[in-house]
Design a protein around this ligand. Structure first.
Ligand code: GAP
Length: 497
């Protein structure tokens, strides 16, 4: 968990882990990221932002399929935790808050990364990332030298070459590290001075603490209870990268779960949330074997935390953080109480005690979940499974798939489109994402849907005119069965469940 204060420095950089391995396996994994990137662009999952103006470094737009996947990821989270749990309520707080909030939370003073700059080429990097890459190279006993073709230099990624060598020739001559605050600044109103400075939120969590008093006063909640929020967060990352893994603008899904103020209660709920978060990633279709829970050791913990775990995923570029679960004690509420001067204590009528609850925080990133889902689902045929070699199938779990059903009339005439449109309309009316397509060969239409992960295709043929039946084809088994036109919606709804 890239918690504020110390954890930010301890997060594994996205290009670390297996990045300097020289095996074929590593090359294949690098290739996989490129293929996913290319599929995303080609099929409308993710586009480079501002592309017609030459792009904008590490900024992305989510196309028709990507925006639907992101929505599905957030809906599954909201349904599971806000609707699914009796004691969790939702919130949608402002992105720009009173700057005092960031003073209290510690973000103004401590939400920073160590920045170093090459005195010659003026490229800037995170000192901890450069140090980690150098240490990896040492651990692999691997020489990298741009002037020696026999060294492992060519196995470094472009990003790594830039981190180590100035203009691709000599090692950089770096300045001493200085702390660089990651919050984006803006100005409120017409003047641009220190009195009008405000910040884009670097996490959604603080909006929850700011509303703690409002929520306990306006809702019948009492610890243990949680407040959930999903929304944009902004960080002026020094080294964004690895596609949508680390960007400057991203979405978080966070719960602040308030419990009685003691370590035992906090630890109990911490274990509960580790289990629940793991279950959530499973619901997204992420394979268990690619997930690990990594408990922070003492040195890694922030001063107020009594336990933090990262959920990590085995990405093609290395094992990296997907989300985290942290025990934050009463740190945030007590800071806001101190700086605002407002009493934020909860009064427990049963015991007559007043206290600041402890907090357990599961905090997950939407784009990282999407990237893990895509990495897990991406499958290229070896040519032995009835598909041509190299054909792509995205084996997305149906709940995540941006299109659940595609409807294909065999031909564009003789009454088949009418049946197709009727089926498509009924599916849509039942909230099922449906795609209608009546041109091209059916085989090609199937392949296009396999590539975007559509679990089922319905084909309307000439028999449909006679007996009011259609075929339903399963993406993974490629098996087809005949079902009644009137049964399509129920059949699909049952399968999604
Ligand atoms: N409130 C706690 C908090 O913000 P964090 O570990 O800094 O903790 C939580 O962030 C999650 O947000 C991360 O696990 C990750 O999924 C996502 N995240 C953080 N920085 C990100 C970035 N620059 N790009 C994409 N996702 C990011």
């Amino acid at each position: 968990m890239e918690d504020i204060m110390t954890e930010k420095l301890n997060e594994r950089p996205s290009f670390a882990s297996s990045s300097v391995k020289t095996t074929d396996d590593k090359k294949a994994m690098d290739g996989k990221m490129e293929k996913i990137f290319s599929l995303c662009k080609r099929r409308g999952f993710v586009y480079p932002a501002s592309e017609i103006y030459g792009g904008f470094a590490n900024a992305f737009d989510f196309g028709p399929l990507g925006s639907q996947i992101k929505k599905n990821i957030k809906d599954i989270w909201w349904n599971k935790f806000v609707i699914g749990e009796e004691n969790i309520v939702g919130l949608d707080s402002a992105i720009i808050q009173n700057p005092k909030a960031w003073e209290a939370s510690g973000h103004l003073s401590s939400f920073s990364d160590p920045l170093i700059e090459c005195k010659v080429c003026h490229k800037r990097f995170r000192e901890d990332h450069v140090a980690e890459l150098k240490s990896e190279i040492r651990n692999h006993k691997s020489e990298t030298n741009p002037n020696d073709k026999n060294s492992n230099y060519q196995n470094l990624s472009q990003e790594q070459k830039e981190m180590l060598y100035c203009k691709g020739k000599e090692p950089h001559d770096f300045t001493a590290a200085k702390n660089f605050n990651l919050m984006f600044k803006t100005f409120i109103g017409v003047t641009e001075d220190s009195t009008s400075t405000a910040y884009l939120r670097p996490e959604t969590a603080q909006g929850i603490f700011l509303n703690f008093k409002n929520i306990i006063q306006s809702n019948r909640v009492k610890p243990p209870f949680g407040v959930a929020q999903v929304g944009k967060a902004f960080r002026n990352e020094i080294t964004p990268g690895n596609f949508i893994f680390r960007t400057r603008e991203f979405e978080q899904m966070e719960i602040e779960f308030f419990v009685e103020a003691n370590k035992e209660e906090s630890s109990k709920w911490y274990e509960y949330w580790i289990k629940k978060v793991r279950e959530y990633y499973r619901d997204l279709g992420i394979k268990d074997e690619n997930l690990t829970i990594r408990e922070h050791d003492k040195a890694e913990l922030s001063h107020y935390s009594c336990g933090t775990s990262d959920v990590e995923y085995d990405f093609p570029f290395g094992i990296s953080e997907l989300g985290g679960i942290a025990q934050r004690t009463d740190f945030d509420l007590s800071q806001h109480e101190k700086v605002s001067g407002i009493d934020l204590k909860y009064f427990d009528e049963a015991s007559g005690k007043k206290y600041l609850p402890f907090v357990v925080e599961p905090s997950l990133g939407v784009e990282r979940a999407m990237l893990a889902v895509l990495c897990d689902a991406y499958d290229e045929s070896d040519g032995k499974d009835g598909r041509a070699e190299g054909e792509i199938t995205l084996r997305l779990t149906p709940k995540i798939a941006p299109v659940k059903v595609a409807v294909f009339p065999l031909v564009k005439k003789e009454g088949l489109p009418e049946i197709g449109h009727k089926i498509s309309k009924e599916l849509r009316e039942n909230g099922i994402e449906t795609f209608y397509d009546e041109s091209g060969s059916v085989g090609r239409r199937y392949r296009r849907q396999d590539e975007i992960g559509t679990p089922w295709c319905i084909t309307v043929d000439f028999d449909s005119l006679k007996d009011q039946t259609v075929t339903i084809r399963d993406r993974d088994s490629m098996k087809q069965e005949r079902i009644g036109v009137a049964d399509v919606t129920k059949c699909v709804l049952d399968k999604i469940k």
